[in-house]
Design a protein. Structure first.
Length: 99
């Protein structure tokens, strides 16, 4: 990813705002895929797959290190995001099983 050299505070803020929009869109897309997962699983225990969560966080931490970003920041963000998305997946699973 190429980072442009901004010439003003306003320009830098506009670039950050663009990135924030993209980040939210990517998180929404991720959540949509997570909700699809619920239709392929047979139990809530399968949804709360600790090994998978650990793998995802470890890959994200490794990418953060590669990009010279705090792996602890990414770890905390991913834990929060995954926790919320597991709740979303459980709700989708329960709704699917009720039909």
């Amino acid at each position: 990813m190429e980072i442009k050299q901004c010439q003003s505070l306003e320009e830098a803020r506009k670039e950050i705002d663009k990135l924030d929009e993209q980040i939210v869109e990517l998180i929404a897309a991720r959540n949509a895929y997570v909700r699809q997962l619920a239709h392929f699983k047979n139990s809530i225990d399968e949804i709360k797959a600790e090994d998978r969560i650990s793998d995802v966080i470890n890959r994200a931490r490794a990418k953060a290190i590669e990009l010279d970003l705090s792996p602890n920041l990414i770890n905390d963000l991913y834990l929060r995001m995954i926790d919320a998305m597991v709740d979303s997946e459980v709700a989708e699973f329960q709704n699917a099983k009720n039909f």
